[in-house]
Design a protein around this ligand. Structure first.
Ligand SMILES: NC(=O)c1ccc[n+]([C@@H]2O[C@H](COP(=O)([O-])OP(=O)(O)OC[C@H]3O[C@@H](n4cnc5c(N)ncnc54)[C@H](OP(=O)(O)O)[C@@H]3O)[C@@H](O)[C@H]2O)c1
Length: 191
């Protein structure tokens, strides 16, 4: 059982929290504007990218030694045509730069909130959460904490792969926003 702290109680914060709870973990939520005192060993930044970056900067000392999951898709919402991070980087890499003594993991950004609740992509195939990080132990801790949640969890490689996961998340959002797929659908992973 792990102590999970989630910043943000929106669609993703709630959907992710329910999965960790179902798998037997303790979950507590923090309002971004509240003072932070107690923190779990796994922290999830379930807020927009600019807010996640600010939380990382503000809480660098408090987050030392913890696993921090960045779930953001850093879209330029004015154009829906770009990410706001450099093309050879990622939101997760930018957040990791702010948290040199934490284990930053990219995760959950390729799965819409509805598919985390239903555990199905398109109502049919099991939802797979992808994780990217340079910290193998952090990925393993997340995989083991989510056992019993009903989600599949895949180690998709090093933090460098966050760039591809974010490109993937970006494309999936444009497809749903243009109604070519539904918010219950998206990309699946099959083996
Ligand atoms: N929705 C999806 O299917 C999906 C899928 C993959 C990744 N993501 C990523 O997940 C993250 C959260 O998305 P979401 O769909 O859960 O959004 P959401 O339902 O709008 O929730 C966003 C959360 O962030 C807080 N927040 C927003 N702006 C803030 C600000 N300026 N200052 C402080 N707190 C702020 C909100 O607090 P208040 O309610 O108090 O404003 C809320 O708790 C985003 O980075 C998104 O890219 C979403």
């Amino acid at each position: 059982m792990k102590e999970i702290t989630i910043f943000g109680k929106g669609n993703m914060g709630r959907a992710i929290g329910e999965n960790f709870k179902t798998a037997g973990n303790n979950v507590n939520y923090i309002d971004v504007d509240d003072p932070v005192e107690n923190i779990g060993s796994i922290i999830i930044l379930a807020v927009p990218y600019n807010v996640a970056l600010k939380i990382a900067k503000t809480n660098r000392a408090l987050f030392v030694g913890t696993t921090v999951i960045d779930i953001t898709n850093p879209l330029d919402f004015d154009t829906w045509d770009n990410l706001v991070v450099p093309a050879d980087s990622s939101a997760a890499a930018q957040i990791a730069n702010e948290l040199p003594d934490s284990k930053v993991v990219k995760g959950f950004n390729t799965t819409f909130a509805a598919t985390l609740i239903s555990k199905k992509i398109g109502g049919e195939h099991q939802t797979t959460v992808q994780l990217a990080s340079d910290h193998d132990d952090a990925k393993q801790a997340i995989i083991s904490a989510l056992k019993g949640s009903g989600l599949a969890v895949l180690d998709s490689g090093k933090l460098r792969r966050a760039r591809e996961l974010e490109a993937f998340g970006f494309l999936q959002m444009t497809l749903a926003a243009s109604e070519k797929i539904t918010w219950n659908g998206g990309f699946g992973v099959f083996n």
